[in-house]
Ligand binder design. Structure first.
Ligand code: FE2
Ligand code: FE2
Length: 170
């Protein structure tokens, strides 16, 4: 699968998740996870190179700038409690802007890439993107352990015990 096909395939996943995200906080978290991986890897395996092609420079910079704007909208939505009655409208705003960005890439940027880059290079980039995407999406961070004492009262003792200081004194 070349880089254009790989990116378009992932766009479909993003569109689907964005639809579910307004009503389902778990889907919202998944949407954000995919979106961040998509943008980071799309820049690494596509835009960082494509912006070096003179005829593609402006379109590439514009797309990456849109990634930054999406990040700002995303931070704003993320800071909103999911139970707040305005949360769905925050997610809707993020989805609308993001979907517009995806459409523009598919209609304007990617056809340009097919014209300006060699098929073998598109294929090599596609393989790298797919591998990176799969690796990153499969990373599962452990949950924060429950019951951590945040009172600050037992911190000194815990640090000493953790460092084995108690046993050194014996
Ligand atoms: Fe993008
Ligand atoms: Fe994209």
């Amino acid at each position: 699968m070349d880089i254009v096909d790989a990116l378009v395939e992932h766009h479909q996943v993003l569109r689907q998740l964005s639809q579910q995200a307004e009503e389902d906080p778990a889907a919202f978290a998944e949407y954000i996870r995919h979106l961040v991986v998509h943008h980071t890897m799309e820049e690494k395996y596509f835009y960082d190179l494509f912006e070096q092609v003179p005829a593609a420079r402006h379109a590439s910079l514009e797309a990456v700038n849109e990634h930054h704007i999406i990040e700002l909208i995303l931070k704003d939505a993320e800071g909103f409690p999911p139970e707040h009655d305005r949360f769905p409208i925050k997610v809707e705003g993020l989805s609308e802007y993001t979907n517009h960005h995806l459409d523009e890439e598919e209609m304007e940027v990617f056809p340009m890439a097919r014209q300006l880059l060699a098929a073998k290079d598109l294929a090599a980039l596609g393989a790298a993107f797919q591998e990176a995407k799969e690796n990153l999406l499969n990373v599962r961070l452990p949950e924060v352990p429950a019951g951590i004492d945040t009172s600050g009262r037992s911190a000194g003792r815990s640090v000493a015990a953790g460092l084995g200081i108690g046993s050194l004194k014996k």
